[in-house]
Design a protein around this ligand. Structure first.
Ligand SMILES: *[C@@H]1O[C@H](CO)[C@@H](O)[C@H](O)[C@H]1NC(C)=O
Ligand SMILES: *[C@@H]1O[C@H](CO)[C@@H](O)[C@H](O)[C@H]1NC(C)=O
Ligand SMILES: *[C@@H]1O[C@H](CO)[C@@H](O)[C@H](O)[C@H]1NC(C)=O
Ligand SMILES: *[C@@H]1O[C@H](CO)[C@@H](O)[C@H](O)[C@H]1NC(C)=O
Ligand SMILES: *[C@@H]1O[C@H](CO)[C@@H](O)[C@H](O)[C@H]1NC(C)=O
Ligand SMILES: *[C@@H]1O[C@H](CO)[C@@H](O)[C@H](O)[C@H]1NC(C)=O
Length: 783
């Protein structure tokens, strides 16, 4: 329960006491007040923080980032940073192989089993090149933008199909579509420019045309569809409903047959299907009528423009990350570019309203509709905004383009409500919503997530303070952000507080479960990482305390830069990083490690229960009563937080102990990175329920390894007694991470969500060019 809420409760009680003693009219007033007050509590959750938004320039006020590949969840598609944008996209399939709708490639799906797909070069603004390896077929999608006119300019995309091994002679069907949502003000209609293409008008784009042009080869069959599509998430279904079987040149083809379109004001989807043999190149050319151009951006002109952008990108990449001068080889640099490009090329623009729930709302209510400009953890599996991930993405993005990152942070902070809360998973718009199981949609306002944007800001201040200061617009952004940073901090410091002063507790654990071996702590970002076996209010979470200390220290830095008073933050930072107090609450003398505290027993098992019908399920069984204690049989990422977030004094002898344990292969050390949970912990690699495989119970995660490497660097600086040891570990760990993530990319075609601590193999979802792309900063030694 939050401190704020407690205060309101007191108010309610005192008004009740008044009412008993009061006269009837006063009583009525109080009742009215109480009803009004209840309404007030109900609506707090979806009341914005205030009217002064941090984002003050968007859509057409940022013309150079108006258009982009902002649909990361499709293999390729363009849209604008507008709530109801025109969208374009592509699908493809092989007529000889198609059996069902799933055989048509559209959304990034793990079950398509592509050998790999990634942006190999992408600058977040002007151009991008993506390579998709679909078995033996290599598809390249690239685009180049040209900024002129009044509506964000033109762009051309080139889609090339090639055989990787020159053996196949495959027929391919490519579906190119243009669509608007029913809320978009404007229209689109088919228009033939050689191949049937599109023209139209929208409020956000003015008049425009889209021309499709085959560049190198003949089209075997062309057909098109112009129809109504009820929502963007059913474009493929709409296409399937309009396919007709046609026998053509001894091949079975699915084509659209309605070649005469009726002008229907409701039609909002145009699809052109081109059937051809590979190799094949097609240009899709978007032209704004507001711009004057001498030549169409296609053919050789396009190739030249693409190469120009490529060169700029590659020069800038070396200037920024210096991998060549650090003696990485060509394959490694290519890999680093792919890791980077798929992160920045995976930035999306979403618009919609989350579903949120507070203790005052009887059921989930919609948040206000808002845009979100954000990177995504995984284009296939997590193609939407995740707060905890985004702070890490921001480290990579800020190095490349500080303004993009400040804009992303600004969008996230505009999602703050009047309580100072920001929902942690952002599922905005029909396309995003259609990919999330319903039980995960609702966001609850007592639940936190690590305040990781303080890490991003601290990183920016440390590495790019000059860049911040040299442009007034950047400082102004920070200035607009400031109140929200403070409110966010206060929200954590008030709502996630522990019973004992100076201690903190993640909310949202289930204390009634009889299924989970150890009730999950989703809010901590470490999901199933073991905590106290019996959640209670007395619990004290080590990582959260360190986050709060780190956050307070970061506000101090930001305040100094902006000349704001900061004494209360400095006091809290100092208080929470007092190593003596920290040890008092969290250091275990017996096991020599930092730990959570709570009602805990290690003697819990998952136990088979058989019912009358001979069905069985598993339940948790407590073999020994829990007691209040440190959870010090568990050693892993959480235990490292005083070191990870630099709370430990460089002179602290605890460092030596931590380094020794870190380097011990029987505990955390592997040749592939630091595992999340020590091998000797009771829940190492244990299923949490019958169905929940271990997640943060042994696997190697790159975001935390990045932080560990960063801290090793931090403690290796200067003359502390442990700096030499830190330096050695720094070099070893850095090498292990780079080697393994690269090796796995070469072996599998992907960066992965986490890595197996025994084999080093990539596991979980793929491609995971969210925080796994931090490998780039590890290579470039940018901390
Ligand atoms: C590809 O297939 C076409 C007919 O389907 C055939 O005419 C052509 O010779 C084939 N080309 C190769 C290189 O096999
Ligand atoms: C417009 O789209 C919304 C959201 O998908 C839907 O609820 C609504 O019914 C649509 N309106 C029309 C007129 O199709
Ligand atoms: C494009 O395809 C058409 C047939 O659909 C063909 O006549 C034309 O030559 C092709 N253009 C190029 C540049 O290959
Ligand atoms: C955080 O909360 C504690 C406990 O309520 C309080 O003493 C401290 O002043 C707060 N810190 C800040 C920066 O407000
Ligand atoms: C290392 O120490 C020097 C001097 O004390 C300081 O200027 C520098 O910022 C430090 N670097 C890191 C990574 O902490
Ligand atoms: C990539 O993997 C292949 C085998 O799959 C191997 O021959 C090659 O040496 C590897 N490349 C690098 C740079 O490790």
């Amino acid at each position: 329960m939050s401190v704020n809420v407690e205060r309101y409760h007191q108010n309610e009680n005192s008004s009740f006491i008044c009412s008993v003693r009061a006269f009837v009219p006063a009583f009525c007033l109080v009742v009215a007040f109480c009803i009004g007050y209840k309404g007030y509590l109900e609506t707090r959750i979806n009341t914005p923080f205030d009217k002064l938004k941090v984002v003050h320039k968007t859509s057409l006020s940022v013309p150079d980032r108006y258009w982009g590949s902002y649909r990361p969840y499709v293999y390729f598609g363009m849209k604008t940073r507008d709530p109801y944008s025109l969208v374009t996209g592509m699908m493809w399939y092989y007529p000889s192989k198609i059996q069902k709708g799933e055989d048509i490639r559209h959304w990034c799906e793990q079950n398509d089993y592509l050998k790999g797909y990634t942006w190999t070069e992408h600058d977040g603004r002007n151009f991008g090149i993506q390579i998709i390896n679909d078995d033996d077929i290599k598809i390249t999608t690239s685009f180049v933008k040209k900024l002129h006119g009044n509506f964000g300019g033109d762009w051309t995309a080139r889609i090339s199909f090639n055989s990787a091994n020159k053996i196949v002679n495959e027929t391919v069907s490519l579906l190119l579509y243009t669509a608007i949502e029913n809320q978009t003000v404007g229209y689109i209609k088919p228009k033939r420019y050689g191949i049937m293409s599109a023209t139209g008008y929208t409020e956000g784009l003015g008049e425009f045309r889209i021309k499709i042009k085959n560049i190198t080869q003949s089209v075997i069959h062309e057909s098109y569809l112009f129809t109504k599509c009820s929502s963007l998430n059913v474009i493929k279904e709409t296409i399937l409903n309009n396919f007709h079987l046609l026998h053509f040149n001894r091949e079975r083809l699915f084509v659209f047959t309605k070649n005469l379109y009726s002008i229907n004001s409701e039609s909002n989807l145009i699809v052109t299907q081109l059937i051809f043999k590979i190799p094949f190149d097609v240009d899709v050319i978007f032209e704004s009528s507001s711009a004057f151009r001498q030549e169409t951006l296609t053919g050789d002109l396009y190739t030249a423009e693409l190469n120009k952008n490529k060169k700029l990108f590659n020069d800038n990449f070396e200037k920024t990350f210096k991998l060549d001068s650090k003696k990485f080889n060509m394959d490694e640099i290519k890999f680093a570019k792919a890791a980077f490009s798929n992160l920045i090329g995976g930035i999306g623009y979403f618009y919609g309203a989350s579903q949120v729930l507070s203790k005052y709302t009887s059921s989930p209510v919609p948040y206000w509709k808002a845009p979100l400009y954000t990177a995504v953890p995984s284009r296939s599996f997590f193609p939407r905004g995740f707060l905890w991930d985004e702070g890490f993405h921001g480290l990579v993005i800020a190095v490349w383009d500080l303004d993009i990152e400040l804009d992303i942070i600004s969008h996230w902070f505009d999602l703050m409500n009047v309580e100072g809360w920001i929902p942690r998973e952002q599922i905005l718009g029909a396309e995003a919503l259609s990919r999330v199981p319903s039980e995960f949609v609702t966001q609850i306002n007592t639940n936190a997530n690590p305040p990781v944007f303080f890490l991003t800001l601290s990183f920016i201040l440390q590495n790019f303070e000059e860049q911040l200061i040299e442009q007034s617009s950047r400082l102004e952004t920070l200035d607009r952000l400031y109140n929200r940073l403070v409110a966010w901090f206060d929200w954590f410091n008030n709502t996630q507080i522990g019973i004992i002063p100076g201690t903190y507790r993640w909310r949202g654990r289930d204390s009634n479960t009889n299924k989970e071996l150890n009730p999950k702590t989703l809010t901590s970002g470490f999901d199933d990482y073991p905590r106290a076996s019996h959640p209670t209010d007395e619990e004290m979470h080590l990582d959260l305390r360190c986050w709060i200390a780190y956050s307070a220290a970061t506000i101090v830095k930001v305040s100094k830069l902006l000349n704001k008073p900061y004494s209360r933050f400095a006091e809290t930072a100092l208080y929470l990083s007092d190593n003596f107090l920290l040890d008092q609450h969290h250091w275990s003398e017996t096991h020599e490690l930092y730990a959570d505290y709570g009602l805990h027993t290690d003697e819990i098992i998952l136990f088979n229960i058989h019912d009358k019908n001979a069905n069985h399920h598993m339940e948790r069984k407590v073999l020994k009563s829990p007691v209040f204690r440190l959870v010090d049989s568990t050693f892993g990422y959480n235990s490292l937080f005083p070191f990870i977030l630099h709370l430990l004094d460089p002179e602290s002898p605890k460092l030596e102990i931590i380094f020794k344990k870190l380097r011990d292969p029987k505990l955390l050390w592997t040749d592939f990175g630091i595992r999340s949970l020590s091998k000797n912990s009771p829940l190492y690699m244990k299923y949490n329920t019958e169905y929940d495989p271990p997640y943060w119970r042994g696997s190697i995660w790159i975001n935390i390894n990045y932080l560990i490497i960063k801290s090793l660097k931090y403690y290796s600086n200067g003359s502390g007694p442990y700096s030499t040891k830190a330096k050695i570990l720094y070099q070893e760990l850095r090498k292990n991470i780079i080697t393994n993530v690269f090796k796995e990319y070469n072996r599998t075609g992907y960066l992965w969500e986490h890595y197996n601590d025994i084999t080093g193999h990539g596991e979980g979802s793929r491609p995971f060019t969210g925080w796994t792309s931090l490998v780039l900063l590890i290579m470039g030694e940018i901390f």
